[in-house]
Write a protein that binds this ligand. Structure first.
Ligand code: NAD
Length: 353
């Protein structure tokens, strides 16, 4: 066996119902005295509760999905004005993404330590990947300066996440796991993490749907989402992420729902050419095949089905084929052609599984 695996340095604290104390301890460890708290207006009350006893220098609430460059600029300026010495982000991937844009190399406050308190299952908190958008173009990059120093997972903070968004976000995490099975830098460690991630998510998400106010399903889902993100950060973007990245940028589609819709089509596409991945995914779901496992989970939670429901125009199918083909890694298990990518996109657009 020969492989090299990078493990990202990060503290991970699971503290159900106890985020406030756990965050205070992480901020103290950093020796921070002037904290910039980033949270969208929708998550303001969660952020209030989490930051109650902290030395807060400034609150910033201008959060926009995919982090437009101008929004990032204003957040950096706010950090400079407040002489912030640490960032605390409370929210979903968009909020974590803004904290990363403030801390990234090239920012006037590059390297500010981040403590991340996620309230969705997107997983950005466990990766060193940043994203910024300018017009229609989304740029992403890898920079260790954006990796949060600590994550505090408190499942109680996700209880307010509506069921539909919980399902889409949880399936975004399942997509991290599935794509990690064949992404360009995949290795046995990533595949083990991804398999355990699928099992956590497959147990957690139906429990969230059955009892949205129950803590255990939320905990399982957060645990699975963390493992999913660690696997994805190490394995890199495979076919699934490349497709979603192109579609999201071109048609301004919602992130989690796009992932949820596209995933079964990519699994059906690659599965037959990736028998080891197929077996591992099936085992993680406890199902006879990977596709049956995913289909069962999707049915049970009422998964999003069609890209046309999220604003993608039909003529977008033809427009997206060439950039998607250019982006899919050469190592993808199944060969990619204009014809089979068009068929995949049409099926995802129509919701034909
Ligand atoms: P999001 O952060 O935009 O949140 C979606 C919606 O849920 C928002 O309206 C938000 O206000 C609401 N919300 C969040 N938490 C809530 C809670 N606990 N209760 C009630 N409402 C809540 O969406 P997301 O899917 O979490 O993140 C998407 C973004 O994250 C995209 O820009 C994507 O590119 C990025 N992302 C980055 C990485 C990475 O590694 N860099 C990984 C995954 C996602």
């Amino acid at each position: 066996m020969k492989f090299t695996h990078d493990t990202l340095p990060q503290r991970v604290v699971f503290a159900s119902g106890a985020a406030q104390g756990a965050v205070a301890a992480e901020i103290e460890r950093l020796g921070a005295k002037r904290v910039m708290v980033i949270a969208a207006p929708e998550e303001a009350s969660l952020a209030d509760a989490v930051s109650e006893n902290l030395p807060v220098a400034v609150r910033h609430d201008e959060v926009v999905m995919h982090v437009p460059v101008r929004v990032a600029g204003r957040a950096r300026e706010a950090a400079v004005q407040a002489a912030a010495d640490a960032l605390l982000c409370v929210g979903g991937g968009s909020t974590t993404g803004l904290a990363k844009a403030v801390a990234m190399t090239g920012s006037p406050v590059a390297g500010l330590p981040i403590v991340a308190v996620p309230t969705t299952y997107a997983g950005s908190e466990a990766t060193n990947v940043w994203g910024l958008t300018e017009g229609e173009a989304k740029t992403t990059g890898v920079d260790n300066a954006v990796l949060p120093r600590s994550i505090v997972y408190d499942a109680a903070l996700t209880l307010t996440l509506p069921v539909g968004m919980s399902v889409a976000s949880g399936l975004n995490a399942v997509a991290h796991c599935v794509d990690s099975m064949w992404a360009p830098r995949t290795d046995p460690i990533n595949r083990a993490l991804a398999g355990e991630g699928i099992s956590g998510l497959a147990a957690g998400l139906p429990a969230v749907v059955a009892d949205p106010a129950g803590i255990e399903g939320r905990e399982q889902t957060l645990y699975g989402a963390y493992l999913a993100a660690v696997a994805f950060a190490s394995a890199g973007s495979g076919m699934h992420h490349k497709i979603c990245h192109v579609l999201g940028g071109m048609f301004n589609l919602p992130h989690a729902q796009t992932h949820a819709v596209v995933l079964p089509h990519v699994l059906a596409f690659n599965g037959p050419s990736a028998p080891e991945a197929e077996r591992r995914i099936a085992r993680a779901f406890g199902a006879p095949t990977a596709t049956a496992g995913l289909a069962g989970l999707r049915r049970g939670v009422g998964a999003p089905k069609a890209l046309k429901d999220y604003g993608m125009p039909e003529e977008g199918i033809a427009k997206a084929v060439a950039p998607i083909m250019a982006a899919i890694p050469a190592s993808n298990p199944a060969p990619v052609t204009e014809r089979n990518i068009t068929a995949l996109l049409r099926a995802a657009w129509e919701g034909d599984e």
